[in-house]
Design a protein around this ligand. Structure first.
Ligand code: 28G
Length: 646
């Protein structure tokens, strides 16, 4: 090849690279999902992912994440440091290639053993493209190198700036405000939950999170270290910290079955809910898939075999269903797959068939051993399964009601529902309102064309503590199913929800802005989380935000949602203004409720999202479970309403 042709192909390549970066900036959500809060945090995960890869390769055991004062984020690892030598093909440093070329960095390189990867697994160059400014610092072979970029473009070639006796990579980036228009503010808790999760999933690595934005009374910044020696075993203990175990140990194993690393841990507790978290390459696979299928097969097969042999099932007059084996089960499955195929609506369902049997074999082997060595625990588990089967049998009628009673099949809508006239679910909203009196006001205030009102009696059943049949027997809860047009799945898989006849695409919880109101909202949310999780995951669930104050002067009325707004309004209106504190929805008249809380033109609805399933589970089990002290602590830490009432 002549020199000239070569040159041309170089420049063709760099044009392609540039186009790649331009494309990321033009269509960011194609790469990071969205440009809201989630996308913003995803940037951090993407960078941390590189460090995790370096750790999985066996070269790094420490990762530091710092939220800087200006909401930029620094990530530093003690790996080998990104190579800085000239990349033969590109004519620039390897560092620059990794930072500016979409798809560089090995993610798409089948030869390298890289199996970690964010949801989209797109690489740090995407983070660079979406950052106002990024600085990379490499410590390697005794030298420090740096390079800086603006909106993904290098502003100078990688340069040597000094000597060092450490090794590793440090990246500091500031997300671009013209892309992340909603917010640039990082949430410590969101990052902490993900980093903690990563530390359990990748044992042995030490990850620290530091928040430089605020100092406490002692002049100290917020800082946490995440490190797990035992991995999933410890993760189970953490997740089930607010529940009561019924067996003596966490059952766990780690195995490489046919080139697929499989890790599993599980425990049985005295609750009635099933909590299984599955991961592929450190990504939470919400929709499950072949690894979950393998887990269920292994669990059911082994326990059934044991129970049959034990003779304990002889008195049982009916078949045990798959569900029965999973009541009170908390489990984590983590697999690493070289070329994962993600399917499903949110691309979080593993499709690789070859994963089923290694996981089911591993689970079977692990359980067989445990049951053999712990006969007392084995008996407890089998008895729990039998109880679950009996309860399910007893609840058959109630469950079938919920299963069958759709509007179409003539069950009729609940009497308390004031429905809207619009038929297209996409345009319809339903407001669940606490109490009949507020329900009445909402009914008067609504736009009946597209807004339905469903008053709920005070506190609905706490599903966290109730057996399934109690849940399906509760009239209040059956009414929620019927009003929404939602039915549940088969007996074998009661978690499968049928949303095809969902009657409203906005399901709004509207409660008083006080301690009681937030408790009721939490009860309803807990019910949705445990029994209609899909509704939340599909983005149909919202919380209404009624104002806390009315500031009046003469005929002029304005609303305030917090103390800051109230003070500003009083200042603005000046002498003679009066403040009215809304104690509850019932204190507003229909017009006020419409203006402030229900009218789509003025209201603020908070969409409920779950960015960390395991963390959400832990919080719900704590808020709604038996143990009081952790709940008090959480409420004190997060009480927005408590100080208002004080
Ligand atoms: C702190 C922020 C995020 C990283 C490394 C280490 C290497 C590397 C990263 O290589 C380019 C392509 C395939 C070899 C690999 C160093 C081999 C030898 C690395 C990070 C070169 C990528 N020495 N650490 N990338 N490969 N940490 N942390 O980004 O051929 S990225």
């Amino acid at each position: 090849m002549s020199e000239e042709v070569k040159k041309n192909s170089y420049s063709a390549d760099s044009i392609q690279a540039l186009e790649g970066m331009e494309h990321v900036r033009m269509r960011p959500s194609m790469y990071i999902g969205d440009v809201g809060v989630r996308g913003l945090h995803h940037l951090v995960y993407e960078v941390v992912d590189n460090s995790i890869d370096e750790a999985l390769a066996g070269h790094c055991d420490s990762i530091q994440v710092i939220i800087n004062e200006d909401n930029s984020v620094s990530v530093q690892d003690n790996g080998r440091g990104i190579p800085v030598d000239m990349h033969k093909k590109e004519g620039v440093s390897a560092l620059e290639v990794v930072m500016t070329k979409i798809g560089a960095g090995g993610k798409f390189d089948k030869d390298s053993y890289k199996v970690s990867g964010g949801l989209h697994g797109v690489g740090v160059s995407v983070v660079n493209a979406l950052s106002d400014h990024l600085r990379a610092e490499v410590h390697r072979d005794g030298k420090v190198w740096e390079q800086e970029y603006e909106k993904g473009k290098a502003i100078y070639p990688a340069r040597q700036i000094g000597d060092t006796d450490i090794k590793g990579t440090k990246v500091t980036f500031k997300p671009d405000g013209t892309i992340f228009t909603q917010t640039l503010e990082y949430s410590y808790d969101t990052l902490a939950a993900r980093l903690r999760e990563l530390s359990f999933l990748n044992k042995g690595i030490t990850i620290t999170l530091t928040d430089m934005r605020e100092v406490d009374d002692k002049g100290e910044v917020r800082k946490e270290t995440f490190h797990s020696e035992e991995g999933l075993k410890e993760y189970i203990k953490f997740l089930d910290g607010n529940r009561t175990p019924i067996i003596s140990h966490v059952i766990s194993m780690e195995h490489e079955k046919g080139e697929i690393p499989v890790e599993v841990a599980l425990i049985y507790n005295d609750s009635y809910s099933e909590n299984i978290y599955s991961y592929v390459n450190n990504i939470n696979t919400h929709e499950g898939g072949t690894h979950l299928q393998g887990f269920r097969m292994g669990l059911t097969r082994t326990l059934k075999k044991y129970a049959d042999a034990s003779g304990l099932l002889e008195k049982l007059k009916f078949e045990i269903s798959g569900d029965d084996f999973r009541e009170g089960l908390t489990a984590i499955i983590s697999v690493k797959v070289m070329e994962p195929q993600f399917e499903g609506q949110t691309k979080t369902k593993l499709g690789n068939r070859e994963v089923v049997s290694p996981v089911s074999q591993a689970v079977a082997e692990m359980l067989e051993n445990y049951l053999e060595e712990n006969p007392a625990d084995a008996k407890i588990i089998v008895q729990k399964v039998i109880l679950a089967a009996q309860a399910r049998h007893a609840a058959k009628k109630a469950r079938e009601m919920v299963q069958r009673k759709t509007v179409m099949s003539g069950g009729g809508l609940p009497g308390k529902l004031s429905d809207c006239s619009e038929q297209n679910p996409e345009k319809c909203e339903i407001f669940f309102v606490e109490g009949d009196s507020a329900g009445g006001t909402a009914k008067q205030g609504r736009d009946r064309n597209f807004q339905a009102i469903m008053p709920l009696r005070g506190k609905i059943l706490n599903v966290e503590k109730a057996m399934h049949h109690k849940v399906f027997e509760s009239e209040e809860i059956r009414n929620i199913f019927t009003a929404l047009g939602v039915t549940i799945g088969t007996e074998e898989d009661s978690k499968a929800l049928n949303l095809s006849k969902l009657r409203y695409h906005k399901v709004v919880i509207m409660c008083d802005a006080d301690v009681d109101g937030s408790h009721i909202a939490t009860l309803i949310l807990t019910f949705f989380f445990r029994y209609m999780r899909d509704l939340i995951e599909k983005g149909y669930v919202y919380i209404a935000t009624p104002p806390l104050y009315l500031v009046k002067k003469g005929a002029k009325k304005q609303y305030a949602w917090n103390d800051e707004e109230r003070i500003a309004l009083i200042e603005e209106m000046g002498q003679g203004s009066a403040v009215q504190r809304y104690k509850g929805l019932g204190e507003m008249n229909a017009e006020q409720l419409w203006d402030t809380t229900m009218n789509p033109e003025h209201r603020t609805l908070r969409q409920i999202t779950i960015d960390n399933m395991a963390e959400a589970d832990r919080v719900f089990s704590m808020l709604m479970g038996d143990e009081v002290p952790p709940r008090r602590e959480f409420i004190e830490k997060n009480a927005v309403y408590a100080n208002i009432d004080a």
